[in-house]
Design a protein around this ligand. Structure first.
Ligand SMILES: [Zn+2]
Length: 438
């Protein structure tokens, strides 16, 4: 009972924790936010690209919500039509070994979900090609799909084995026991992703190899950050142009694998100043400890999700177990119930997860604009131009619906980021920077 109280407390805490990460805006920042919210002129599009952007925006909104709904409805139908129970019978009839049963059942599971997700995936890639956002050939696209399939099958299969082991061993508390290995898996996953997963899908090389002058400039930006050290061998270039025309840069990894990655498309299209600003934003994630914050947030989030998920899972099995031919929670077909429950929780909690990342992204925007001060001539103009470039290049719609942004936006909308960069000048008389002393 005490545990339950603690969890309910955490549940309340979760939405608030994004507020906790949110360092209260300085007066200078608050004034720029207020000015930006009323300024829709910092990022606009010409009539022709605006039509494309509007269409892309509706496609993305529709595929996002439609995709989530499709996933939930198909999982429900798979249970309702007895397909889950049949998949389980195939596995149990083929082998007595639990390992073999698990990997046979999970093979059926992954094949069916890959097929069900395929139409939407094909459509999205078709639209990306149509708008010139992607230049990836279909064979390469299917190659990536095959790699994802193999990764999901192997790692997911081991996870399912562990899940059912814990369900049998701890029938009432498996959700809690599952949390510990999940945390270890999250940490390990973040650590090895840059070494093992990312190179499967894209080519990387040291940034210094092709852009030594840029690295020297970036080191000037790094030198402005106090107590931070990002040596050139932690800066990587990703050959994004193999597949896409869009721009990006990001921080990834954990501990010894932590690094900054800049897409080659950003270097090809951005001015040196804009690249320094984009890098400054990424460095902000690094300096402000966003990866560790994100990990801690996900630990709390996963614990709450497993607790709520467990109760919903038990409720569904009590209510529909007979109808779905799933007599007990350790029946392989119960995996479908577990995934259904996590899908529903995942979709409903998107606004919580996204408000957390939006908070971090805004902080990194502030940091990025401050850190390039004195290195680029005009940080306000550079920041605005950087966001304009990002938006124009990807046909980002300047007038997104605020509810859709609230639900799906991992970053603040581009129009706001451009306007904020334009209005935020912590070096003006009477203003003061947030992360640097004047
Ligand atoms: Zn960012």
């Amino acid at each position: 009972m005490r545990l339950r109280t603690l969890l309910l407390f955490l549940l309340v805490l979760l939405p608030l924790s994004s507020a906790a990460v949110y360092a209260a805006p300085t007066p200078t920042e608050a004034a720029a936010i207020a000015a930006a919210e009323n300024d829709h002129t910092a990022y606009t599009l010409a009539p022709d690209p605006l039509i494309k952007a509007q269409h892309l925006y509706s496609v993305r909104t529709l595929t996002h919500f439609g995709g989530a709904l499709w996933g939930i409805v198909t999982l429900f139908l798979i249970l309702q039509l007895g397909i889950a129970a049949r998949f389980r019978n195939v596995a149990v009839n083929l082998s007595k070994s639990r390992w073999a049963q698990c990997f046979i059942f999970f093979f059926e599971f992954v094949v069916l979900s890959t097929l069900l997700d395929l139409p939407l995936g094909l459509y999205e890639q078709h639209v990306s090609l149509q708008y010139g956002l992607s230049v990836q050939s279909w064979p390469s696209w299917f190659g990536d799909l095959a790699k994802s399939f193999a990764l999901t099958y192997i790692l997911g299969g081991l996870g399912v084995m562990l899940l059912f082991f814990l369900i049998r061993k701890f029938p009432r508390r498996w959700w809690l026991w599952l949390w510990f290995p999940t945390m270890a898996f999250v940490l390990l996953g973040i650590f090895i992703t840059p070494y093992v997963i990312d190179p499967l899908f894209n080519r990387f090389e040291p940034l210094e190899q092709s852009n030594p002058a840029l690295v020297a400039q970036l080191e000037r930006v790094v030198a402005r950050g106090e107590g931070i050290h990002i040596p050139p061998d932690r800066m990587f270039l990703m050959k994004a142009s193999d597949k896409v025309t869009t721009l990006n840069a990001y921080v990834t990894g954990f501990g010894a694998s932590k690094r900054v990655v800049v897409w080659d498309t950003s270097i090809a299209k951005g001015t040196p100043d804009e690249i320094l600003f984009i890098f400054g934003h990424e460095m902000g994630h690094y300096v402000l400890g966003h990866i560790v914050q994100g990990i801690l947030f996900s630990f709390v989030f996963i614990l709450v999700a497993f607790f709520l998920g467990f109760h919903l899972f038990q409720f569904l099995l009590r209510r529909y177990g007979r109808q779905w031919r799933i007599p007990s929670q350790d029946h392989w077909a119960a995996l479908y119930v577990f995934v259904l429950v996590l899908s529903v929780i995942g979709f409903l909690s998107e606004p919580i997860q996204n408000s957390f990342t939006r908070t971090q992204e805004h902080a990194a925007d502030v940091y990025g604009e401050e850190v390039v001060h004195g290195i680029v001539a005009d940080p306000q103009a550079t920041g605005q131009a950087g966001f304009d470039l990002l938006g124009e290049n990807a046909f980002v719609y300047p007038y997104p619906n605020s509810l859709v942004e609230f639900w799906t936006g991992s970053h603040p909308p581009i129009w706001f980021r451009a306007a904020f960069a334009k209005h935020y000048n912590p070096w003006a008389p009477g203003a003061s920077p947030k992360y640097f002393k004047k």
